[in-house]
Write a protein that binds this ligand. Sequence first.
Ligand SMILES: [Zn+2]
Length: 171
Amino acid sequence: MDPFEQLIAENDRYVREGRHRELGVRPSRQIAVVTCMDARIDSFAAYGLQLGECHVIRNAGGRVTDDVLRSLTLSTHALGVRAILVATHTNCGVRDPDGSMTQRLEQLLGHPALPRDWGTFADPADAVRADCEVLRSWPDRPEGLVVGGYVFDVTDGRLDQVVAPFEAPAP
Ligand SMILES: [Zn+2]
């Protein structure tokens, strides 16, 4: 049983039908989207983006972690990105209002979890506000970087503004 069999077959069809286009490595809209890995979010469809136009950087929660900053360093300095849209979302699996995430995970794991920051939050708006603040004072931010914070509603696909786009002060 190969869980990827259908995916590989679809890839073959994708190539045979010539649906892939060769594109430049630099995102043409100079935008990066940081969002959750949640399977209900299609950033390209939801924001009218096309392949080649932006970076979509995803993790559990859509949090601006150290690894996201690693990607954004390359995105901005090496690949021309000038604006970062950060979007948490409603009904996120990382939402943890009672602080029980480690305990719940340890029940699933059956052994102690490695000590980690799970990126949990009680309110997705608070989380995106905090992450926009991280980007405001990110030491490696490029000059003229614009940041905005939003919450994506997984029930109707609407993006609600939480942090109006601002230009981070020059580092
Ligand atoms: Zn999520």
